[in-house]
Design a protein. Structure first.
Length: 139
């Protein structure tokens, strides 16, 4: 649930499969060889640290970088769920190297569809809904 919250704080914080790939590559670049073997596997994902400034766009948004709101969403995901009052960690965060699986947790294909329903919206756009959902007219 906290992945969804982080990636839906605003439209600008939404992460796409392309941004997951950028984050994953940054994690691999920073941590893959720390175990002495550059093999596409992070040997110590819990100890892996990535400076998210390295993936933030320096100018206009592009496919190989994240906007500041997207970087903030990623930071929140890496930090893990926290108690809203105390800030205490509730349970383990998602580790560096796990980014390719984030789409299932943030429901990048269906979350926007669901959020419009949950927010009381009547207009549903099929471009942001699941591909198996039949197009429907606006009600």
């Amino acid at each position: 649930m906290w992945v969804w919250q982080a990636t839906h704080a605003s439209d600008a914080s939404f992460l796409t499969p392309d941004t997951y790939a950028v984050l994953n590559q940054a994690a691999l670049n920073a941590c893959d060889a720390t175990d002495g073997l550059k093999d596409g596997i992070i040997g110590d994902p819990e100890g892996c640290r990535v400076d998210l400034a390295t993936v933030q766009c320096k100018g206009a948004p592009a496919a190989n970088c994240l906007t500041p709101p997207q970087v903030e969403a990623a930071r929140k995901i890496y930090l893990g769920p926290r108690h809203s009052r105390t800030g205490a960690e509730l349970y383990s965060p998602l580790y560096r190297g796990s980014e390719p699986g984030w789409g299932q947790l943030g429901r990048h294909r269906t979350a926007r569809y669901s959020s419009r329903i949950l927010q009381g919206g009547r207009s549903i756009t099929t471009a942001t809904s699941h591909p198996r959902i039949a197009p429907r007219s606006n009600r």
